[in-house]
Ligand binder design. Structure first.
Ligand SMILES: NC(=O)C1=CN([C@@H]2O[C@H](COP(=O)(O)OP(=O)(O)OC[C@H]3O[C@@H](n4cnc5c(N)ncnc54)[C@H](OP(=O)(O)O)[C@@H]3O)[C@@H](O)[C@H]2O)C=CC1
Ligand SMILES: CC(=O)C(=O)O
Ligand SMILES: [Mg+2]
Length: 742
């Protein structure tokens, strides 16, 4: 079967999947090719840096490691570096598509390691099918990395390869498809059985697949209490029964049953649990109908499960279904495990992954699902019912608590099982460090999206004919973020939708408002009259021309002194908000204070606690020039009028971001906060706009959001002609989140 036909085999909504395919290819191709890059973490800009980083300075680091190998964790990045290795023999459910074609998956695993747990990855796709040669090649990497994550290597070779490598290497070796899947599916099973009130010791389990994932899942489920005699397994040849001769290697033989059953339909009858780690569509609705009461179906094949949830539910409304996919409830996928088990293992210098560490992972994941959703999670998934139950037997992949829940448990279990070379001495401090790490990176837009999804509003797009706007609106429709209203000439918009190959339909998915010329004026009138709740404009023409309409038709919010613009940049070290990037030339002290207050309020939309810095060429009174005095005065106003706000000033840019630099200048009694500022209030329009654009380009890949218009009476944002589709989607979500109920 070709890759394409295997992918197509389960497609149920051709239009949607064709769009997803186009979007996925575009995601992989642009703006840069692939999904990862290597970034230097140290400055290397002058002769001195060169002599530290390279010869002669580097030799000192080499000597230290030669004298004590443990020093490699101090002087190199090895301690945070994992090799994701595949030979491409069992890539997702696509089969043996080879190492080169497996690379997008391995790069993807690298992204997840980095984004979810801050772990660096080299993805290594090796053209080698001989297990012993593969073992030799991988074992040679021990000086390079702190851990080995084997991926998509087919059974039965994978069992031998992992065993031999674990014996040979003094770093954690983990076959993700085996143990990651086993951990997460065991946690899901424990929780699902709790929901349906069944005893693990008496359930009948029918499995489809007897490869890497299935065998490891079954082994772990046996260790959790499922009785071996209650487990029935099929592979591509049918039921694994005692006496069968074909394809009966040891790992399968362990699960062979004395039985007359020969097909999946035979073993599924009366089963309480179905475990699928095989291939698309093998479980039918008819089979599900024959299962026991309240059956639990873990259909984990990727990208297309053994059965789609809607088919299973139609057959048996009382079932609990989980798949490996992110577009259904109950995503049972090893992404919930591998980033965090390695985080814990690397942080304590584990020399291998023990059974205790795996079981600690299972408990942490199972318990986290049952814990009350805290504010951060509720905000991240607003509108979704996150109460433990049939549609929530496993945490969501974007649950920001995962790392702090799993990694410390893994590290503690590593220490208890005697494999932690560098045990964690202060667990509370470790948990806090992990939590801080996670809130800096991937979770930036989630609270905003969740809020938008919970209450999608009518958002008008002044440039309803622009191809980028239309692509963004398609995503907005698909993700249920807003009810779009497109402004422009109807025939032009409809032609542009056809040209872009989009699926959205007039009146069903979007409303059209006919407008010939000044579409922003039309938009602001719609907004002022309450016919829409929010407006996005600015894709064409100057910022000021759009602002003039907003100022005339919408005006200031009650209590606001000025309008101002803010841009956000999500950088590796955290998110920075910069203001005022577009509106006020030289804000007065009162205006600066007002801008700082409005901007701080807006940061809370992102679930962030604002830490504002009023920036200047002066630091804590070092200059008496008028511009420094103006900024100092703004801080005094804030101290009087908003005493609860964390604000420092006036400060240099470096001191705003680095508390050590700040400490050098800090006079006694000067208000201060810990760590880095996340809101930079700039003294002038030029400085704000220049700083933002320079950072945006020099950081290369930072996500940017904005310009966010502050101070208007209604929710309106004026974008710039360089806005990307992604920015428009983000700004739509923010515009919806910003709508205030009358
Ligand atoms: N959700 C998740 O987190 C994960 C999901 N998976 C998914 O699990 C599946 C298997 O992966 P993996 O174990 O690594 O791959 P393997 O190649 O090691 O195993 C595949 C297994 O599926 C069996 N199989 C193939 N076709 C059928 C069929 N028609 N009926 C019954 N069994 C069949 C094979 O049988 P035979 O032994 O006879 O060849 C083999 O036992 C993939 O779809 C993968 O995407 C994997 C890891 C994680
Ligand atoms: C999720 C995963 O690792 C797989 O499907 O192979
Ligand atoms: Mg895999």
């Amino acid at each position: 079967m070709s890759t394409e036909s295997s992918l197509d085999s389960g497609i149920q909504e051709p239009g949607k999947d064709a769009q997803l395919r186009a979007d996925a290819l575009d995601y992989h191709r642009s703006p840069t090719r692939g999904k990862i890059e290597v970034v230097a973490t140290k400055p290397l800009s002058n002769q001195r840096d060169l002599s530290l980083a390279y010869s002669p300075g580097v030799a000192y680091a080499c000597e230290e490691i030669a004298a004590d190998p443990a020093m490699a964790a101090e002087y190199t990045s090895r301690g945070n570096l994992v090799a994701v290795i595949s030979n491409g023999t069992a890539v997702l459910g696509l089969g043996n598509i080879g190492p080169l074609a497996s690379k997008p998956v391995m790069e993807g695993k690298g992204c997840l390691f980095k984004k979810f747990a801050g772990v660096d990855v080299f993805d290594l796709e090796l053209a080698e099918n001989d297990p012993d040669k593969l073992i030799d090649a991988i074992a040679m990497l021990e000086p390079t990395v702190g851990g080995i994550n084997l991926e998509d290597i087919k059974a039965p070779e994978c069992f031998y390869i992992e065993k031999k490598l674990s014996e040979r290497m003094k770093i954690p070796v983990f076959h993700d498809d085996q143990h990651g899947t086993a951990i997460i599916s065991s946690a899901a099973l424990l929780n699902a059985l709790k929901v349906v009130g069944k005893d693990i010791g008496s359930v009948k389990l029918a499995a489809s697949g007897a490869g890497a994932a299935a065998i490891a899942c079954l082994d772990m489920m046996v260790s959790m209490g499922v009785k071996r005699e209650n487990i029935f397994v099929t592979d591509s040849k049918g039921v694994i029964w005692r006496g069968r001769e074909a394809s009966m290697e040891a790992n399968k033989a362990r699960f062979a049953q004395e039985t007359e059953a020969r097909t999946l339909a035979d073993i599924v009858r009366d089963a309480d649990v179905f475990l699928g780690c095989s291939t698309a569509g093998v479980l039918t609705g008819e089979m599900v109908k024959t299962m026991a009461d309240r059956p639990v179906i873990l259909a984990l094949a990727n990208p297309e499960p053994e059965i789609r949830p809607e088919v299973a539910k139609a057959a048996r409304p009382d079932c609990i279904v989980a798949t490996g996919r992110s577009d259904y409830p109950n995503q049972v996928n090893n992404v919930l495990c591998f980033p965090y088990i390695f985080r814990g293992a690397l942080d304590c210098g584990a020399t291998r992954i023990t059974e205790e560490m795996k079981l600690a992972c299972v408990s942490a994941i199972a318990e986290l699902t049952q814990a009350e959703a805290n504010d951060a999670v509720a905000a991240a998934y607003a509108g979704q019912d996150l109460r433990f139950g049939p549609d929530y037997i496993i945490p969501k992949p974007f649950d920001p608590r995962l790392m702090a829940a799993i990694a410390p448990s893994v590290a503690a279990a590593a220490e208890a099982s005697g494999v932690a070379a560098r045990p964690i001495t202060d667990m509370d401090a470790y948990r806090e460090r992990l939590a801080a790490m996670i809130y800096h990176t991937s979770f930036f837009m989630r609270p905003v999206f969740a809020k938008a999804r919970a209450k999608p509003r009518r958002v008008a797009y002044a440039e309803g004919f622009d191809a980028r706007v239309l692509r963004a609106v398609q995503t907005v429709v698909d993700e249920g973020l807003a009810q779009p209203v497109l402004i422009g000439r109807g025939p032009d918009i409809e032609q542009a939708i056809r040209d872009a190959g989009l699926r959205m339909r007039r009146d069903a998915d979007y409303t059209l408002v006919e407008c010939g010329d000044d579409t922003t004026a039309c938009g602001t009138r719609l907004l002022a009259s309450g016919k829409v709740d929010a407006l996005i404009c600015g894709m064409q023409g100057s910022y000021d021309s759009h602002l003039a309409h907003v100022q005339r038709d919408i005006g200031l919010a009650p209590g606001a002194q000025v309008m101002a613009a803010m841009n956000a940049l999500v950088l590796d070290k955290g998110t920075l908000f910069i203001t005022d990037t577009y509106v006020n030339d030289q804000p007065s002290a009162e205006e600066l204070a007002a801008i700082a207050r409005m901007a701080s309020e807006e940061l809370r939309q992102f679930g962030l606690e604002p830490k504002a810095a009023l920036l200047s060429h002066s630091i804590f009174g070092s200059s008496s020039r008028p511009s420094a005095q103006r900024v100092r005065e703004a801080r005094e106003i804030l101290a009087r009028e908003a005493p609860g706000l964390d604000v420092i000033g006036e400060v240099h840019g470096d001191a705003a971001l680095d508390e050590n630099i700040r400490a050098i200048y800090l006079p006694d009694g000067q208000p201060n906060f810990e760590g880095s500022a996340n809101l930079l209030v700039m003294p002038s329009l030029d400085s704000a706009n220049i700083l933002f654009n320079v950072l945006k380009v020099s950081s290369g890949k930072g996500v940017t959001v904005g310009p966010i218009l502050l101070g208007a009476a209604k929710s309106v944002h004026i974008l710039s002609p360089s806005a990307t589709v992604r920015r428009i989607v983000n700004m739509t979500a923010l515009a919806v989140a910003d709508v205030k109920d009358a």
